[in-house]
Design a protein around this ligand. Structure first.
Ligand SMILES: *Cc1c(COP(=O)(O)O)cnc(C)c1O
Length: 355
């Protein structure tokens, strides 16, 4: 592949960059080595400095916070809603101080956060929103693509995600004022991308940056999957639906709650999970499934209680919902290759436990 194929991507409607931009509501897509890298680029783009505060949920992956902590930022952890497990928008405003620089939201499991309220708060306080959209590519909130609400959004193509290049990611830039600088930061702080477009005679070091470029070798792998996005997402929806219908009655009987998708949201069908009544029953069911060869797992540990989170971060009211959910949540096997027959055995195994 020509080197410029990636850098000046976006010219061909079927290329990975254009397909991602379209799926994310029209922003500019820059391919990166990971979602973590895209979050680190976001921290650089927003000029996060030591002591600057960044609001985010405690119930998320480490990178959501670590990207900002690398710049000296202070993560301010807010609790989640007990229904969608997304950041509790009603608790965001009390977390804002003079030092707040950004609000980061995570669309957990591919179900959108309450973006109307969140964007209203962000506008009122003139704060940028960053969507960590690692779960939510192709998801929607009130008919609008997840990834199109924030100044910036980040995507992951890690092997556990709906679309995978093994490791990979993208930064979606919706704020036009950040576009040129995003390209510079991605390319070691140089204006090389303008040079390749014939807009500079030479290229040189003009800003902070690092090597945040996705390997050219991975681009066709991503492109091929994105062209089949409808098929892949339909498959995942079918898996999600089979869990919902297969386990609905059982869950109700046993006091287990299944995922909730609000009316205003179209899910990206990233995962299916169950909230067990307590920590003990979660442990028992995990053992029961894993003994039968079904790889069920738990999920995020509260970041505000992690060794680094405790040291560098601040928590709003101790995030009790995050703590409780984290101790009770069980993720069921969910991947593009999961066939109906195997899934049927998983559902039976769940129901057989305390059947
Ligand atoms: C997977 C994930 C990441 C990290 O993605 P990488 O591509 O592995 O860096 C960040 N945030 C969330 C919410 C994730 O699920």
């Amino acid at each position: 592949m020509e080197e410029t194929g990636v850098v000046i991507a976006g010219t061909n409607k079927e290329d990975a960059v254009s397909l991602l931009a379209e799926a994310s509501g029209g922003g500019r897509a820059l391919l990166t080595p990971s979602c973590t890298a895209a979050l680190e680029m976001s921290a650089l783009l927003l000029d996060i400095e030591p002591g600057d505060e960044v609001i985010m949920p405690s119930f998320t992956f480490v990178s959501t916070a670590s990207a900002f902590v690398l710049r000296g930022g202070v993560p301010v952890f807010v609790d989640i809603r007990p229904d969608t497990l997304n950041i509790d928008e009603s608790q965001i405003e009390q977390a804002i101080t003079d030092r707040t620089k950004a609000i980061v939201v995570v669309h957990y499991a591919g179900v959108g956060c309450e973006m109307d309220a969140i964007c209203r708060i962000a506008e009122k306080h003139k704060l940028p929103v960053i969507e960590d959209n690692a779960h939510g590519l192709f998801g929607k909130y009130r008919g609008k693509a997840l990834g199109s609400f924030g100044s910036l959004a980040t995507l992951s193509f890690h092997h556990t995600k709906n679309f995978s290049t093994g490791e990979g990611g993208a930064l979606i830039v919706n704020d036009p004022d950040l576009m040129d600088r995003a390209e510079i930061i991605r390319d070691k702080g140089t204006n090389r991308s303008r040079f390749l477009k014939g807009m500079e005679e030479k290229y040189t070091w003009v800003d902070l940056g690092s090597s945040f470029l996705m390997s050219d070798l991975l681009v066709p792998v991503l492109e091929e999957q994105l062209r089949r996005a409808d098929e892949i997402q339909a498959k995942r929806k079918a898996i999600w639906d089979r869990y919902a219908s297969g386990l609905g009655e059982w869950a109700e009987e046993k006091g287990v709650s299944l995922p909730f998708v609000p009316e205003e949201c179209e899910s990206a069908w990233h995962l299916h999970y169950m909230q067990m009544p307590d920590h003990e029953s979660r442990g028992e069911l995990l053992d029961h499934l894993n003994e039968r060869g079904h790889r069920a797992t738990f999920h995020y540990l509260p970041l505000d209680r992690s060794p680094v989170g405790e040291k560098v971060g601040r928590s709003i009211d101790g995030c009790p919902v995050t703590q409780s959910v984290s101790s009770r949540l069980l993720r069921l096997p969910f991947h593009n290759g999961l066939e109906a027959e195997e899934q049927g055995r998983i559902v039976e195994a769940v129901k057989e436990w305390r059947g």
